[in-house]
Every structure is written in structure tokens, then in C-alpha cells.
Design a protein around this ligand. Structure first.
Ligand SMILES: Cc1ncc(C[n+]2csc(CCOP(=O)(O)OP(=O)(O)O)c2C)c(N)n1
Ligand SMILES: [Mg+2]
Length: 277
């Protein structure tokens, strides 16, 4: 199975140069590396430019409502644990309206992979500030809000107890492919923070600016050390790589961490008469 076998016929409507193209490519590459067939895959999103991605992936896909991708995906994964379930969306979707769901999805440790395409802006609604818009940033068509302290999504998910946290850049295809692969393989809730450019509402060189502030975690970095992870994400630069990975023995001990692949709904549930009114 090749990455293109995981693409639908729909052509993306993203702007030329949008970082989301890279994410679509990296995700289909990772899924093809892992040989996850469309009938074994669900891709769920909220609303936003980035949340259009499920339409372009051959899978059970659902472009849901703004900020509600995680609870919908949690329900799906609980009912159909055999489906690899990937949740995608933007910084607005995940860290504004949807933020309340994030720590709960993390503490339940349902086996989902959550990929956030963080362009530091509300792209779809034409450039308003998002929770990750940086202080005094130069948005090209910035509207209301902004110029407030941004939140640090990676620090946030680490403090909520997320067992797998990685960061990558939408322009670095081999790196993104690898991060997505590892996140999908991880048997609990995994989070991938993607630094993504927006060519329309951020400065043209925004993606390069992000890259300049990034560095790859060195080989000797101990990703099982939560303290090291917290230090690495607090220095104003963007550490790229697997920032934290909870040792697998501890994952198995976490309630709800691993879905029972053989689970089927009890007969009583399947045969239950649904109320007609
Ligand atoms: C309940 C509700 N509130 C607001 C909106 C308007 N809205 C749609 S997308 C969006 C933000 C999108 O930003 P982000 O999630 O960062 O995605 P991007 O377009 O940047 O990829 C907003 C505010 C909506 N669709 N529904
Ligand atoms: Mg955004």
C-alpha cells in the first residue's frame, strides 16, 4: 500500500504553500509505512482549514464540529477499538473552543493520536489571533485579539499527563513521517505538535521563522525523563523530536490505556430496542 492509496479523489482547497499539505503527505506516508488500510482507519477533525484534512484521506472520516473532535473520537475508539483513530485539527480548534476536552482525553488515555497543525492563527475565519499567536506578532491581516501571552501547548499536554508527546515541522517530511509513525504506534493517547506555516495570514517567511527557532533533540536526550521534557519546552525555542514517551510498562498499568482489540459490544447492547420517540 502506497501513501497515494490512502488519498481520496478530493483535491485540497488549501492555499498554495500551506503547511497542511505537508501534514497530509506525512500522515499518509506514516499510515502506509504501518500498513494501516482505509477500512482499519478513522480520521476525525473539528472545524478549520486544517480540519479539512479527513476529507482527503481514505478512511472512515468525520469533519465534526468546532472543538469537538476529541470527544467524538473518544466515543468512536471506545465503541470500535479495532480502528486506528487519528484526530487532526488546528490550534484554534484544539486550544480555544476545544481546550476543555484535551486534559480529559489525556487522563482517560484512550488510544488516539492527536495531531495539531499549529499555524498560530485562526486560518479559516481569516486571521484572528489564536491561543498560540505570539506576543506582538506581525500577522498580515490580524483582526481582533492577539498580543496576549500565548499558551504553550506542549507544556500543557505534558502537565496533563500525556504519555507520548512529539513536535515536528510541516516542512520536514522525513521527520514528520517518523513522528507520526511513532505516535500512531504508541498504545495510549499521543500528541503531535506540528509547526505549520500560514502563507495567507502570517508573514510569508513564517514557516522559516519557526524553523529557525527550532532544534532537533540530541541523540542522548532521555525521552522517558519528564523533568527533562518540561525543561526542553520552556526555553522559547522549539524542541523537535519525541519530547516525552512514557515507558511502555507504565502505559499498560494505566487504566484504559490499551483498548481490548477483541472487545465486542455485549448482545444485550446490540439487540437493544432503541426508543422510537
Ligand atoms: C461554535 C463555533 N464557533 C466558531 C466557529 C468559527 N470558526 C471556524 S474555524 C475557527 C478557527 C479555526 O482555527 P484553527 O483551528 O487554528 O484552524 P486553521 O483554520 O488555522 O487551520 C473558528 C473560530 C465555528 N465554526 N463554530
Ligand atoms: Mg490555526
Amino acid at each position: 500500500m502506497k501513501p497515494k492509496d490512502l488519498r481520496t479523489e478530493l483535491l485540497p482547497v488549501w492555499c498554495t504553500g500551506c503547511g497542511d499539505f505537508g501534514v497530509l503527505k506525512g500522515l499518509t506516508q506514516a499510515l502506509s509505512d504501518l500498513e494501516i488500510a482505509p477500512e482499519k482507519l478513522a480520521v476525525i477533525s473539528g472545524i478549520g482549514c486544517s480540519s479539512r484534512l479527513p476529507g482527503y484521506v481514505k478512511a472512515y472520516s468525520f469533519n465534526t464540529i468546532h472543538g469537538r473532535a476529541l470527544p467524538i473520537a473518544s466515543g468512536l475508539k471506545t465503541a470500535r477499538p479495532e480502528l486506528t483513530t487519528v484526530v487532526v485539527g488546528g490550534d484554534g480548534d484544539g486550544f480555544s473552543i476545544g481546550l476543555g476536552h484535551l486534559p480529559h482525553a489525556i487522563r482517560r488515555d484512550i488510544n488516539l493520536t492527536y495531531i495539531v497543525m499549529d499555524n498560530g492563527i485562526y486560518g479559516l475565519t481569516k486571521g484572528q489571533a489564536s491561543p498560540t499567536t505570539e506576543l506582538e506578532s506581525k500577522r498580515t491581516r490580524g483582526l481582533a485579539g492577539g498580543d496576549e501571552q500565548p499558551l504553550n501547548p506542549v507544556l500543557l499536554v505534558l502537565s496533563a499527563g500525556c504519555g507520548f508527546v512529539a513536535r515536528t515541522h510541516a516542512g520536514n517530511m522525513p521527520h514528520m513521517r517518523e513522528m507520526m509513525k511513532q505516535a500512531i504506534e504508541y498504545p495510549g493517547f499521543s500528541f503531535v505538535h506540528v509547526l505549520a506555516g500560514c502563507v495567507t495570514y502570517q508573514p510569508r517567511n513564517y514557516s522559516d521563522q519557526l524553523l529557525q527557532r527550532s532544534y532537533e533533540l540530541p541523540a542522548e536526550y532521555d525521552k522517558s525523563d519528564l523533568g527533562a521534557a518540561i525543561t526542553a519546552v520552556r526555553d522559547g525555542r522549539f524542541a523537535l523530536g519525541v519530547i516525552y514517551k512514557r515507558p511502555l510498562e507504565e502505559v499498560a498499568a494505566t487504566a484504559g490505556a490499551t483498548a481490548d482489540e477483541d472487545w465486542t459490544p455485549p448482545d444485550a447492547v446490540l439487540k437493544q430496542d432503541l426508543p422510537t420517540e
